[in-house]
Structures are given as structure tokens and as C-alpha cells.
Ligand binder design. Structure first.
Ligand code: FAD
Length: 514
């Protein structure tokens, strides 16, 4: 009897043990389905990248002698849902076994668990088995196990545990290399324009034909498809080449400029590897090991290597733990009861705030923004203005090339919107114009004045910042990391605070025209 092995669009890992031998009794099933294109409105490049990556993966499997059943988006036999297509393919091959790699998204995990339950109880039972995706350092519940009930989760503690457990950047005595676990203090510089940003190290593809197929199938999307010059790695070889180019040309400066933002460079010294990692073309361990080796060979500073490794060994695994510990229902948290809809310019980039216009326009053009743009420009504004966190989450889930719910949701709802009341972040990541000006060149030439707090040309971040802390005093004043903010608020006289509140309320009523 035949076995069907399901491969999802973010499981493009050719090194999985499934593929060690080509077996005639196994058929790999891959499908492009409306269920997945339509659960949120996606950026055009995200749909293209996943479909193109899947088609390439299927081609490579076939080339290696595996049997593949691939359902394209416009295939008349395609039932456009996971269970519908599984029913169809299981019947087609008379299969008695279904195997799948554990999905990273709660939604799909539920759907497949339920499907498996039904199959096993059917009159012609199909044995279903979930296997590990062999990608992450940690299991789903591992982070949760590290933090006893009711104890506050801390990324730094988790990260040190990971460094020790996996022996990353440790000396012979098991102590952190260089004597410190964390070099963040050295990693907070703005970028003066030198060193020059490295050339774009990503591949280019012409995927105009695939894009035409996607459009003809009626799949909705937004953003620039860039199909003729498609710039994302679509298989493991390309992803590895990109990793090595990054390590050589950008990693040496990654640390220093990790938090910088510039009108002149949309990606600075970031790796742009999140799509390749999240679709599992690359494993986190091989990226971490490669970066550690660069440091050991004396080619990059410790602060750069440590800063980069922390993102993958620390943050990436940590947010996965937060996700599984809080699903289902995490997307419903809304501790500040924020309820404003997204301003129209989230879909066009057309706002007079130069920083936001730059970050959103770039996101529409590139399906990418780097961490500080996501956190301290767009997310910061959304939180200060009081946008509905679930809507903000759906926007982030749609727009970024690397947006898969397990990693996007804790970052957006938790880290950026503080909607979970502090499960993910120790304080809300918000700032007024001063921080944005310190870390970027956005404010120079902006319609708004970074120094003013009120008036038609005052930077909206300023009044919104003070109003945010003032209106959420009850929920935030007890947070010891916010002592200074509240002491500053105490020092302001009541009429000044009232006037800021009035201006903030005016801004919040007219978000579309900012
Ligand atoms: P680099 O700066 O080169 O970092 C290297 C790698 O570290 C990334 O590729 C990524 O795998 C990992 N990493 C860095 N920061 C984080 C983080 N906070 N959480 C998890 N992994 C991290 N990342 C996603 O992969 N998918 C998302 O949907 C996503 N949504 C985000 C939403 C918000 C509001 C914020 C603040 C951050 C989000 N991030 C997300 C994290 C981070 O912004 C991106 O991983 C990063 O910008 C990807 O670009 P890069 O590969 O050039 O990253």
C-alpha cells in the first residue's frame, strides 16, 4: 500500500530524513491552495516566493528519484483545501498511511490533528502520523518548561540557557566568550552612511509566468510583485550562497548598525535570510554555526557574531515558545482595549510622516522591513495611536515575506503592541521623535518638526507618546522600567498635559490625513 507524505509550503527542507532514500511506496504531496492564499491578504511577493519555492522543491525531489504529486493553484482537480486534497489524493493512490511534518502554525496543526482523528475512525482507516520537522533547536513546549508557572518569562535567561545547552560562543570553561553574554551596548549606533551598504546579495529570477498564473486564478494580493526580477532565494543552494555573501560582506557591521535606520538604505547590514529560514531551506543551527566559525576565524567582531546569533538562537526560538504556550487565543489579547482601524496609508505609504512613509513604502515594494522599522516606526506608531492589535497583526501577517504566524504573532501582538500585557516584552517598545531622530536620518526634511509637541506641524509621535502613558497610567505606572517616564509626566503641569491630550485626541481622530 502507498504512503502519502504531505509537504507544506514552509517545509522546504531537502535535508529532512524523509528524503534519505527514494521509496516507490511513498508519494510526496504538495499543494497550492486557496485556503492558504486567502486566510489573510498577502503581499504579492509572499505568494510568489512560496509557490515558486514549492515548485522548485518538487522539481528537486523528482530529480532525486522521489514520487511527487503536485497540485497547482489552477489544477482542475485541486479542491483548494488541505482536507479536500488529502481525501482526493489518498483515494487516488489507495493510500493506507498519511505522514506529515508537525506544522508550525496552530491553525494547521488543529486542522491536521482533526483530519487524522477522522481518518483513523473511518470505515477504511488511514493510519496518520506526525513527525518532527527537524528544523528548530527546541521542541514546542521547551521554552515553557524552562519558566515555572507564574514566573516571568525572560528572553535573556532563555538565551543563556540555549548558549549553554548547545555550547555556542562558549570558552573551554563553559563561560561566554569575551566574558559577556550580550554586547547590546556596543550595538546601538546610527549609520552615518559609511561603511557603504553591501551590494544586494540575493539572487534574481524571472517569475512573470507564475505571477500571471496566480493572478488568473483570482488570488488577491497587495504590494509590488517584482516578478520579472524576483529577489528571494528559492532553494537551499541559493539560500546558502546568500548566507555566505552576508557573512562576508555585511556581518562584520551587523552589530554596530543593528538598530540603525536610514532613508538611504532599506536593508543596511541585515541578512534578509528570514524567508529562507522560515521555509526551512536553511536550518538555524547551520546559520549559527557558520557565524560562530567566522568569529573564531577572526573575520568578524564578537559583538557582531553574538548579536546575530542572539536573534536566531535566542529570539527566534523564544517567540516560538511564546506562541505555543499561548495558543489558541493569543491573537485576541488587547490589554489597552485599543480599537482604531488602520489608517488608509498602511496600504499606500502615503503619509507626511517621513519615517512611516519610508518604512511602509519599502514594505510594499520589498515585502520586507528590518526589525527596527517594524518595531520602532510602524509598530510604535500603531501602539501610540491605539490601533486595534488584531488588525495590526493581520497587516504584519500579510505584508512580510517572512510572516508565518508562529513568529509574526508574538512579535507583533506581544513585543510590538504589548497587547498581552507583558508576556513577551518587559515594557512597551514606544518612543517619541527623539529616539527616531537619534537612530535615523528620517526626521531631516520631514513635514513634521521632531522638536514640537503640539500644533499642525508637530511630529505626531510626540503628543501620542505622552498621551499613551497618561491614558494607560493605571496599567503601566507600576512597571519599574517605566519609572522615569512617569516621573517626567509628574513634573509636567496639568494644563500642559491636558493640552497634549487634546492634541493627541485630534490626531487620533484624523489618522488618515497625517
Ligand atoms: P536579521 O536582522 O538579519 O536577523 C537574522 C535572523 O534572526 C532573522 O532572519 C530571523 O530569523 C531572526 N530574528 C531576528 N529578530 C527576530 C525576532 N524578533 N523574532 C524571531 N526571529 C528573529 N520575523 C519573522 O521571521 N517573521 C515575521 O513575521 C516577523 N514579524 C515581525 C513583526 C514585528 C512587529 C517585529 C518587531 C518583528 C518581526 N520579526 C519577524 C522579527 C524580525 O523583524 C525579522 O526576523 C527580521 O527583520 C528579518 O530580516 P533579516 O532576515 O534581514 O533579519
Amino acid at each position: 500500500a502507498q504512503t502519502i507524505r504531505l509537504v507544506l509550503g514552509d517545509q522546504l527542507n531537502p535535508q529532512h530524513s524523509w528524503y534519505r532514500e527514494a521509496r516507490s511506496d511513498v508519494v510526496y504531496l504538495m499543494m497550492e491552495v486557496r485556503q492558504e492564499t486567502d486566510y489573510v491578504l498577502h503581499h504579492a511577493q509572499k505568494i510568489l516566493a512560496i509557490f515558486a519555492g514549492m515548485r522548485e522543491f518538487a522539481r528537486q525531489l523528482q530529480e532525486a528519484g522521489h514520487r511527487v504529486h503536485y497540485l497547482k493553484i489552477n489544477d482542475p482537480a485541486n479542491r483548494q483545501t488541505l482536507p479536500g486534497n488529502l481525501d482526493f489524493v489518498i483515494a487516488l493512490y489507495g493510500a493506507r498511511r498519511l505522514e506529515y511534518q508537525a506544522p508550525d502554525e496552530w491553525r494547521l496543526d488543529q486542522q491536521l490533528t482533526e483530519y487524522a482523528r477522522q481518518q483513523e475512525q473511518a470505515s477504511q482507516p488511514v493510519v496518520c502520523r506526525a513527525v518532527d520537522s527537524e528544523h528548530f533547536y527546541t521542541q514546542r513546549a521547551e521554552a515553557a518548561q524552562l519558566f515555572p508557572a507564574r514566573k516571568k518569562w525572560l528572553m535573556e535567561q532563555f538565551y543563556r540557557h540555549m548558549r549553554t545547552q548547545h555550547r555556542i560562543l562558549l570558552d573551554k570553561a563553559g563561560k561566554p566568550e569575551g566574558g559577556q553574554w550580550n554586547y547590546d551596548q556596543e550595538n546601538r549606533q546610527s549609520w552615518p552612511g559609511v561603511p557603504v551598504e553591501p551590494a544586494d546579495f540575493r539572487p534574481r529570477h524571472d517569475h512573470s509566468a507564475l505571477w500571471a498564473e496566480i493572478v488568473a486564478a483570482g488570488v488577491g494580493s497587495f504590494g509590488e510583485p517584482n516578478a520579472a526580477q524576483f529577489p528571494w532565494p528559492l532553494n537551499r543552494e541559493e539560500a546558502l550562497r546568500q548566507l555566505h555573501a552576508f557573512v562576508q560582506h555585511a556581518l562584520p557591521h551587523f552589530g554596530e548598525f543593528q538598530d540603525a535606520m536610514s532613508f538611504k538604505s532599506w536593508r543596511l547590514f541585515h541578512s534578509l535570510l528570514s524567508f529562507a529560514l522560515n521555509t526551512k531551506m536553511l536550518s538555524p543551527a547551520e546559520v549559527v554555526n557558520c557565524v560562530e566559525e567566522e568569529w573564531r576565524a577572526g573575520r568578524v567582531p564578537l559583538a557582531a557574531a553574538e548579536g546575530y546569533i542572539r536573534q536566531i538562537l535566542g529570539w527566534r526560538e523564544y517567540v516560538r515558545g511564546v506562541y505555543w504556550a499561548n495558543m489558541p487565543g493569543y491573537e485576541k489579547h488587547n490589554v489597552f482595549e485599543h480599537d482604531l482601524p488602520l489608517p488608509i496609508w498602511f496600504w499606500t505609504g502615503k503619509t507626511k510622516m517621513r519615517c512611516v512613509a519610508s518604512a511602509i513604502t519599502q514594505s510594499l515594494e520589498q515585502a520586507h522591513a528590518h526589525h527596527i522599522q517594524r518595531l520602532m516606526i510602524i509598530g510604535n506608531f500603531a501602539l501610540l495611536a491605539g490601533l486595534h492589535p488584531e488588525e495590526v497583526h493581520r497587516w504584519y501577517l500579510g505584508i512580510y515575506i517572512d510572516a508565518f504566524e508562529w513568529v509574526e504573532l508574538p512579535n507583533t501582538l506581544g513585543m510590538s503592541q504589548f497587547a498581552d500585557g507583558g508576556l513577551m516584552a518587559t515594557k512597551p517598545y514606544v518612543s517619541s521623535a527623539a529616539y527616531i531622530n537619534r537612530m535615523s536620518d528620517y526626521c531631516k526634511g520631514c513635514h513634521y518638526d521632531k522638536k514640537q509637541r503640539e500644533g499642525e506641524t508637530a511630529c505626531p509621535y510626540n503628543a501620542l507618546y505622552w498621551d499613551f502613558f497618561d491614558r494607560n497610567r493605571e496599567k503601566l505606572a507600576g512597571n519599574h522600567r517605566l519609572g522615569m517616564v512617569y516621573r517626567q509626566l509628574e513634573k509636567m503641569d496639568a494644563t500642559a498635559v491636558a493640552s497634549l491630550q487634546t492634541h493627541a485626541a485630534h490626531l487620533r481622530r484624523h489618522l488618515d490625513s497625517l
